[in-house]
Structures are given as C-alpha cells and as structure tokens.
Design a protein around this ligand. Sequence first.
Ligand code: DL6
Length: 821
Amino acid sequence: RAKNTAQPQSLDSKTIKASIVQHLHCTLGTDENKANNHAWWKATCAAVQEQVLEGLRKTQRAHYLNDTRAVHYFSAEFLMGRLMSNNLHNLGLFETTDQALKELGVSLTDIMEEEPDMALGNGGLGRLAACFIDSLATMDLPAVGYGLHYEHGLFRQEIKSGAQIERPDSWRDYGNPWEICRPESIQEIPLYGYVETKYGDKGRIQKEWHPGTIVKGVPWDIPVVGYGGKTVNVLRLWESQASDYFNWDVFNAGGYVDAQKENVQAETISKVLYPNDETEAGKELRLIQQYFFCACSLKDIIRRYKRAHGDNWERFADQVVIQLNDTHPAIAIPELMRILVDRAEMDWDSAWEICTQTFAYTNHTLLPEALEKWPARMFEKILPRHLEIIYEINHRFLDEVDKVWPNDNAIKSKLSIIEEGNDKMVRMGNLSVIGSFAVNGVAEIHSRLVKQNLFPEFDQLWPGKLTNVTNGITPRRWLKACNPRLSELIDSKIGQDWPVQLDKLQGLADFADDAKFQKAFMQIKHQNKVDLAADIKALTGVEVDPNAIFDVQIKRLHEYKRQHLNLLHILALYRRLLENPGYAMTPRVFLFGAKAAPGYKLAKDIIYAINKVADKINNDPRVNQKLKVVFLPNYRVSLAEKMIPAADVSEQISTAGKEASGTGNMKLALNGALTIGTLDGANIEIAEEVGDDNIYIFGLTVEEVQALKANGYNPYDYYYENKELKAILDWLETDYFTPGKPGALASLKHSLLDGGDPYLVLADFASYSDAHKALDSAYQDSKGWARKAILNTARMGKFTSDRSIQDYVDRIWKLSSCKVE
Ligand code: DL6
C-alpha cells in the first residue's frame, strides 16, 4: 500500500519572512507600509510558490527519468477551493509562515480570506476530483489532472428578498498566483468541416478530416502539492484562444472586425462552466468544451509519450491510463481512435485494443436526466469524423452482441451507442462502457445499482468489468486544515500520522468515554460554533446561539436531495411550538447552504421558501429562542470549511437509490457531526463503520422505494392520513410566510401532491420526524452525545481519499509510486 509517512519539510520563519518581503518589493512593487491584505496575500503566495515550483521540477524529473506509468484524470470539473492554506499545510510551512507574518504585523487568517475560491466545478463530482489529485500527490503517484481553464467558474449566489440571484464568478480577475502558463505546450484543435474518403496504398481506405476551424488550446498548470511536500503533480487546464493561423488569414484579407469575431468565438469555449449539476443541457458549446479539453489533453499525453518511446505505440497502454470522470470526457475514446487509425495509420483492431486498454470510466449518477446523450446531427456538424468512428465502434460491438444474444433486436437497441428515433442520439454512457476496460460506481449500493439496473447486460457480457470504488475525501483539507483545534487535540492523543494514515483515528475510540477528552472534544465543537455564529451574523445579520444544536444541510439544491423534507420538518417544529409553547425540544439552528441550477425553477422556489420561512421564524419571538433557520448565501468550498467543523448534525436525507455516494456526509462525520440520513449512497457504509448507535437512519430502503412506486404511490394518502403534514402543506398556500403574496410558496405543495412527489418526501416524513425526536433526546445526554461524536471521528478512517485512490491503483490503474527526493 502506497503510504506517505514523510514529515513535512521545514524552513525557518526568518527565511520565509525575507522571501515574503522580497516579493512584496520586487514582484508587487510595494512595501510593508503601503501593502494591504491583498498584497500581503500575493507576496506570501509568491514566497510559497517558490517552494512549490522546486518540488514540481524535482517531481517531473523523477517521473521522466523513471519513465513512469501515469494516470491521467480527465474531468470537466475540478472544484479546488482556496490553495494557500492547503499548500502551506502540505509543505509543512503553516506554523512557520503564520509566525513569519505575525512578526511582520500581518494575520495569516486575514490574508487567506483574500483568496477567491477556484470554483471550477458544480459540486460532488468536481470536489471529488480535487480530493483525488491531492491524494495522488500525497501517495507519490505519477498523475496529471486534465480539465478546462474556465474564465468564470460556478456563479456567485446572492440572495435578494429571499430569491437566488446569479452573478458571474471571477476567480482570476487580478491574476491567480498559483497558475503557470505554458505557451510551449500549446495545442491546435480542429472543429467542424467535412470528411474526405481517399484510397491509399493497397486499397486502404483513408479518411481525412478537413476542419472548418481551428482553435488554440493554451495550458495553465496548477501545481498540486502532496502532503509532506515531496511529490508535486500538475493539474493542467486548457484555455481556448483563436488560432493565429486563422486570425492572420482573415486579418490579411482586410477583415479586422471578422478576425476579432473569430477571437470571441474561440474564446467562448473556455469562457464559463455550465452550472448544471446532474443534468445536461444538450448544448453545442458544451460538446465543444468536452472535445476541446480531451483533444488538447490527448495531444499532450501523446507528445510526452513520443518523447520517450518515439513512434512505437506498443507500450502506450502500459504507460498511459486515462480515467474518465463521468461521461463528460467520453469523446476522448473516438478521438484516440481517430489519432491511431487516421493519423498513425494503424489497423482498426490494434487501435481498438490500445484504446480499450487505456480508458476506465467512473459513473457518478443514475438519474436518467444526467445520462448524457448528444444528437447525432450535432456530432455530424461539429465532429463529423468522430461520428463515423462511433458508428464503426457500434457496428463492431453489435456484432459481438449478436453472438451472445442472436437475433435479439431488443437487447441490441438497448445496448447500442445510438438511440434510434426521429432525432438519433449518441449515448455517451454506452460508449464509455464499451470503450473502457473498467467501469466503477462510487459507493457499494450505487455500484450494485449500476450493475443491476443501469448496465445489467454489460455486466453479463463482461463479468468483472463493472466494479465499485467507494469515494473518499482528503483529511488534509477536511480535518487538518479546516479544523485546527480538533487536529491539535487528535495529535496530542494519537500522534501526527493520521492525515496520511486515517485508520489511526481508531485510537480515539479509547477516549470516547474519557470525561476529560469528551470535555475537550465538545469544547472545541463549541468554540467552532462560536466562530461560525460570528460569521453567520456578519453574512446574514441573524444571531444564533452556539448552545443550540447546529443542524447542517449543505449541498447542491435538488429535489432528490430533499431540502424540502428538511423544510417541512422545520415547519412541523414551528407549528408544534406555536400550538404548545412548552413543546420539549433542544434549541436548534437549521443551517442551509445550496446553489440551484439557474434554470431549475422548483429548486429556486425551494431556496425562496427556506428564506421566507427563515424570516418568519427568526423574527417570531414566540419561538425564536428555540428555533432559528439560516440560509447562508454563496455556498462554496471555503464556506464549507467554516460550517463543517461547527456542525452537530449532518443532514443526508436523499431518497434511497438517488444519491450515488455523497462526500459531504464523510466530511461532516469526520468532524464529529452525527448523521441523520437514509440508507443511500455512502451513508450505508458510514453506518457500518460508526455503528447503529451513532447514526440516525430513517426512511424507505431502495427496495421499499421500488415496491412503493411499483404499487402506485399516491402522495395524497399521506396528506390525508397525517394531520400535521396536511396542515403544513396547506400553510404553504397561505400568505403567512409571504405577507400580501398568497400562494408564493404553493409550487412546493403542488410538486408534492399534484406533481406526484417523485422523490417520496411525504412517504418519508413521519419516519424523518421520529428520527429527529430520537436525535433531540440523545443530545440531552451530553456525555452520551460526546461519545457518539467522538466515535464518528474515530471511525471514519475508511473514507480518506487515499483509500479510494489505493483501490483504483490496485484494481484498475495498476500504478507504482515514484519517490521524489
Ligand atoms: O462521486 C462524486 C459525487 C457523488 O458523491 C454524488 O453522490 C453524486 O451526485 C455526484 N454526481 C454528479 C453527477 N454529475 N454528473 N453527471 O455530480 O458525484
């Protein structure tokens, strides 16, 4: 098992201080008297980056000299967040830099707030990619992350009168100190045009793609520092620019304005991240984005391969493994085929052999609306040669299917890459399975459902190809850096290895009943809550009591994640308190953080409803000593880092079978929050680890959900049977929460009744409410609660992303680590 036990390197504070000041003077052209926090932040980044680049140079040399096999992680999203604290911790320079800055009269905590989040992702899928590249570097594994250098990441969310407003995100307006432009590795990428068929030697049919345009891919490298600071890998992100060749042509013909138009069109490709989580818009630009970054990345990989192996392709699949993060990069499969067959003039079978030994694919969702399909006519226009190649892959694949299921047209049409119909579609999921040597889901239950429900025939056809790798999170960011108080306490009990050997947290279980340790653990939780309460006040003006239970639901807003189930329960508590002011409950603060896709009307309605209910409750003196609701705007990685250490309760309440894994569930439990959750995604594995006494499981199981739906689910049954539920839903139609605007929250009620309640919110309500009652009474027993919280932290070892990466290495990638001295 690849393990990094290296202790972080040391540099004294005097040296760091001198370097920061030097950069303040010579890089930023200012001085100690004039510099504001932003300048100090930049100067500190520059000083840290010197160390980072030294590590990068050594790593690249070691990988080159050892001619290592490497994994190439293709992902349309990398949700990196801020890098300064992460880099300082991983280099082992956090305390020294803190000290150096103190001596200069500057606060490290304050200047870290200057860093904009690098939000080049929507949610779980993008953040997983960020955790994975951290683990890869920490475990000294040769790896490159490949993606898009979006000019604008995920939109900034503002809340105006309760409603979400989207504002553009500008994460690199004043330059990003961590990235390095590499003009020496620019690639040119063809698009559009037509395909010419030629006859070559010995009657060989030769296809030549005559592109209609060419765009330039400019690489930006973000160094990824492993914990211990030895291996520094690269995240290479491609920015699109107009190709010089085309510009000059038009320009010379006197078309200055047209040349500018070309510029704008080309630059549009990497302009903005699509803000849809779990759904695909089917937009031409999105397909171009996908092709653009895959084509650039493949060229980059091949250039590097050829430097070591010349034109001999035989070792390609030994040296290169490409992991497709969902189907977004699936177009890389026909692109590699095109390169091998059309450019390297390889025969089809040899090319296909290389391809199917190179790619592996991770599935992240079962939601039908998120399974990508592209209209064949769109392909034909943008990537005409790729469409031909896909047809050929499909034709040969269906011949294989016919051997197993002779003359079975139903199976053929189900497994085909092409969905027939008036508007033929290319199914990227099927293409990914067919073109890969391994396919994995992201939690046990999800992988089982991928096999049983999504791709059962593929599983029959290729036994063993479909597998599971349960997700994980990096404990460096999600405990060590974000929760320094708890990290220090853990260090004092079990030593300092746990960030790279998370199983060691088990050692904390010995102290779960130790009164002194319980006190220290819960005092830290309290202090983190005090800090968060101050942030909440600053961000929203709402005052919350750190003695209340902090109950947190933070994730993208989606019906399947059921923030509205949480809201219905809040309304139930509100009603109970109004009807019975003595209603026994521990004071509770419900905290939400969530962005809705801009075009997802009901998701935005739910945000509006949460805010309106929050306004009413927070200003109702009859209840606001016991109940508060806060929606924190602009949920993002850096806000998660503040909320997670302060959470007592973690809401993981998706409809069973819908959340592939979840990773927020892992982060919260690691920081000592107790989960209230359904038997869905990784919740099931978390429950197995922490034990039934230390988690609050409720609701229908996957099988029960399926049975209920099969028998004809009628939400009205629950509405009429449960008086409380009926009263709450009816309440939403009045103007109680939106004075003067009756019906402003009614869409929620309608989706749950006339809309058929597709995610079974009403069916799970009673069980959810009971679980909350049990949780509330458990909190009354402060020692019992402390024990549960400690055991959650102690038993989360499985969920380090180092374990996930080790699983990929052992079962899929077959990589070896390469030490960097
Ligand atoms: O695997 C990472 C993450 C899971 O933890 C979430 O459960 C899942 O919803 C998310 N999936 C997506 C799907 N996007 N697409 N396509 O973000 O992946």
